[in-house]
Design a protein around this ligand. Sequence first.
Ligand SMILES: CC(C)(COP(=O)(O)OP(=O)(O)OC[C@H]1O[C@@H](n2cnc3c(N)ncnc32)[C@H](O)[C@@H]1OP(=O)(O)O)[C@@H](O)C(=O)NCCC(=O)NCCS
Length: 168
Amino acid sequence: MTGPSSALDAVAAASSGDAVIGPALEADLDAIVALESDGFDDGRWSRASWADALASGRVRVLVARAGDEVVGVAGLSHVAGVADLDRVVVRSDHRRRGLGRRLVLAGLDWADGVGAGRVLLEVDATNAPAVGLYERLGFVPVGRRPGYYGPGRDALVMELNRAGGGQT
Ligand SMILES: CC(C)(COP(=O)(O)OP(=O)(O)OC[C@H]1O[C@@H](n2cnc3c(N)ncnc32)[C@H](O)[C@@H]1OP(=O)(O)O)[C@@H](O)C(=O)NCCC(=O)NCCS
């Protein structure tokens, strides 16, 4: 996959200011819960879910830090060679600067490191920013779950199979 030193990533890093992507700390829990409130009207992950994720060795939680503020988060997990991209949220005043892309790319690096060649996700089919982000990173739709997020709100199942030549 394309690494963080690629030209495209350098452009994204420059346009997203000085934000730095790195592993989350348990001390980031309050900031991550605040990002959930900013990012979602419903279907939020609870504080307990994020606390479990931070404590779990099976889940990778990455944050974007701008100065001493946490302005983005991504959560991924993996089982038996398949990773799930469970969450990505960027604070609304930091969107469209490449941070979502950088968070997911850092998550894909982690997936590489744990030997997960396939990455799957579910996204609300009406969530144009998220679907756009994932498509831009090479995820392709592989299924649809009608009403998964409630009446009329289908989940799109998307996959990135780097062994199969997915683009990042
Ligand atoms: C989805 C989300 C994480 C994107 O974060 P972001 O930092 O704004 O994304 P980026 O700046 O890295 O954008 C990368 C690409 O994604 C796509 N994209 C991002 N926002 C978009 C929007 N509002 N409309 C259409 N495409 C969009 C574009 O292809 C974009 O590339 P471009 O800016 O060169 O056109 C952000 O909108 C968010 O936090 N939303 C609320 C939470 C959420 O829905 N998370 C996803 C489900 S867990």
